[in-house]
Design a protein around this ligand. Structure first.
Ligand code: DOR
Ligand code: ZN
Length: 333
């Protein structure tokens, strides 16, 4: 029996630029109808010109595929309301990184003084621009996300009309925060539904599973699985597929990021089937996102998955995907 998905969306994706963009963009545009594209290029996307230029390069890289890149800016507390008004029609969201917390986030926010952020966040709220956040403190690596929940709660209270998306949540603590605030939402990755820290570092170190936030405990994964598999209306799929060249992963000093774009829908189909919740996959990979991001226009695209083995390539260009060389149960028809 095949599985039909209508306009699957990836609400958190790294496409990079240059040669890497050429390699990875078609792997998303083949199976997804659109994606929220992260702005952490070097230098990050912070101006209207950079954003428009990047969108054009993405569109060139995907050729004729039906795929909308939903563009984001890299949050700066210096963005004024006039600037945001001028760029509003070109973007879908703004991504906030704490300074230095992950790949190319050096120019992010340090200190997290809400008063310092207030003018920009108020303007975003008024203009209905969603705020996507990489929510980690600079505390102990396993506790960073849970510690950040207090900041999410402060922001959600201080800006009740602002749509706040807790990106790539990995903990039970973040799942619990979802239902406490009307304006808090979350993306969940494929890899955080599948792995725990044990898979990364329990045996021989697995660089291709190393990412930020780091995978957590089994009970955290259970909490994520529960809301994803039931397609809780406040969660949506965001792969956080984050390609790095093989030499940057298999190195002394491994770059953070798991590359999942080409396998995401196949593995999600298997996971939802195994849990007898396949009827919820459409909501998790598309319908919920359309409601949360109420201003997006989603192109029509039908993607069919069939129960037929798919051997994951060892490499795409110089990027090693998750499950490289392994056989998946589902393929794209
Ligand atoms: O693992 C990650 N990789 N986490 C992030 O937040 C950024 C990403 C990247 O850009 O490589
Ligand atoms: Zn990311």
């Amino acid at each position: 029996m095949s599985i039909t998905l209508h306009s699957p969306l990836d609400m958190h994706l790294h496409l990079r630029d240059g040669e890497m963009l050429q390699t990875v963009a078609p792997l998303s545009s083949e199976t997804f109808a659109g994606a929220i594209v992260m702005p952490n290029l070097v230098p990050p996307v912070t101006t209207k010109e950079e954003l428009i230029g990047y969108k054009a390069r993405i569109q060139e890289a995907i050729g004729n595929d039906t795929f909308t890149p939903y563009m984001t800016l890299f949050f700066k507390p210096t963005y004024t309301k006039a600037f945001l008004e001028s760029v509003k029609d070109e973007l879908t969201a703004i991504k906030l990184y704490p300074a230095g917390i992950t790949t190319n986030s050096e120019g992010g926010v340090s200190g997290f003084d809400i008063e310092e952020l207030r003018p920009t966040l108020e303007a975003m709220s008024e203009l209905e621009i969603p705020l996507c956040i990489h929510g980690e403190t600079n505390g102990f690596v396993m506790d960073r996300e849970a510690e950040f929940v207090a900041i999410y709660e402060k922001l959600a209270t201080a800006f009740p009309k602002l749509t706040i998306i807790m990106e790539h949540i990995t903990t039970k603590a973040s799942v619990e925060a979802l239902d406490k605030f009307d304006n808090l939402y979350a993306t969940i990755t494929l890899h955080h539904l599948l792995i725990t820290l044990d898979d990364v570092a329990g045996g021989m170190l697995q660089p291709h599973l190393f990412c930020k936030p780091i995978a957590k405990r089994p009970e955290d994964r259970e909490a994520l699985r529960k809301v994803a598999l039931e397609a809780h209306p406040k969660v949506m799929f965001g792969s956080d597929s984050a390609p790095h060249p093989q030499h940057a992963k298999e190195a002394c000093g491994c770059a953070a990021g798991v590359f999942t774009a080409p396998i995401a829908l196949q593995v999600l189909a298997d996971l939802f089937k195994q849990h007898s919740t396949i009827e919820n996959l459409q909501k998790f990979v598309s319908d919920n996102a359309k409601k949360i991001y109420k201003h997006i226009t989603v192109p029509k695209k039908i993607v069919t998955l069939e129960k037929k083995p798919f051997v994951v390539p060892a490499k795409y260009g110089n990027v090693i995907p998750m499950y490289a060389g392994e056989t998946l149960k589902y393929s794209i028809a």
